[in-house]
Design a protein around this ligand. Structure first.
Ligand code: A2P
Length: 283
């Protein structure tokens, strides 16, 4: 990868820019509009939002105001936890498009496999949702479909009735939270891994080992984290509302981490905490 517009290719042939702009915890309204505006001006062409983030309308507004042709952008949203099941999923998808003011999505994900509202019947709910996803995909309303926070057992369950395999699994991946079992499972099934919280929600950045590596490479700790993510073949989704950081997080294509340093970073167990267990979340 040489720049933010270089792409990974999904199992269905769709190309996806190798770094995306994250918007989790970015407040709706002017903060989100200006962050996404900054990101687009800096060169991001891939924006990640979700129904649950409550900021789709602001993402849509920033995209519209940028004047960048829609087909030069890759826009992701995610199905919120209360709307699993065939009928609700179709309605929720349309509501996302309305808020974004777009007529298609590039990627739609099931945000969580086992929401509390469906805990006693999550497999059935996901099967219905996935049937809706496949229908939207076949109708050209969405160019790729996938999952988020799925572990192998959730994916195995989905694949019992799926006709189209998910092309992406978006999970928490950062230094010290490397989810090896999920990563190996997805790699063996040609499912691209997107990395949310690639900076460990900012918590990884003070680790002395990362600060030392930053000095060694003449980069910031955030850039070390993002480069580590890319060299693992992940697709990082860094979030920031700060213009200088938004730009900084794209300057990750002019250096390479040595293999020994990649290992050091992976081994920083728990420096930024761990992913929530999708089977015990309370949302
Ligand atoms: P802010 O949005 O105030 O700029 P993650 O992407 O892992 O979820 O991390 C997001 C957090 O990391 C946010 O708190 C964000 O702060 C902070 N952050 C993003 N980029 C950088 C950077 N380059 N340097 C320091 N902190 C950063």
């Amino acid at each position: 990868m040489k720049s933010a517009t270089d792409c990974y290719q999904l199992a269905n042939g769709v190309k996806i820019p190798c770094i995306g702009f994250g918007t989790w915890q970015t407040p709706d309204g002017e903060v989100c509009v200006s962050a996404v505006r900054e990101a687009l001006a800096a060169g991001y062409r891939h924006i990640d939002t979700a129904q649950g983030y409550g900021n789709e309308a602001s993402v849509g507004r920033a995209v519209r105001e940028s004047g960048i042709p829609r087909d030069e952008l890759f826009i992701t949203s995610k199905l919120t936890n209360s709307e699993h099941g065939y009928t609700k999923t179709l309605a929720a998808f349309e509501a996302s498009l309305q808020r974004l003011d777009m007529d298609y999505l590039d990627l739609f994900l099931i945000h969580w496999p086992n929401p509390i509202a469906f805990r006693d019947r999550w497999e059935e709910a996901n099967a219905g949702t996935w049937r809706a996803f496949e229908e939207l995909y076949r109708a050209g309303r969405v160019r790729a479909i996938g999952i988020s926070n799925f572990r192998p057992r959730h994916l195995d369950a989905l694949l019992k009735t799926a006709e189209i395999a998910p092309q992406i699994n978006q999970i928490r991946l950062c230094p010290g939270d490397t989810q090896e079992t999920v990563v190996q499972d997805c790699r063996s099934r040609h499912i691209l891994l997107e990395a949310y919280s690639p900076l460990g929600v900012g918590k990884a950045l003070q680790a002395p080992e990362l600060v030392a590596l930053a000095q060694k490479y003449g980069k910031s700790p955030a850039q070390i984290c993002l480069r580590w993510s890319l060299q693992n073949g992940f697709l990082p989704l860094p979030k920031s509302v700060t213009p200088a950081r938004i730009r900084e997080n794209l300057q990750v294509f002019d250096f390479e981490l040595a293999e020994a340093d990649m290992q050091t970073i992976a081994a920083l167990k728990g420096i930024a905490g761990y992913a929530a267990d999708p089977d015990t979340i309370t949302w």
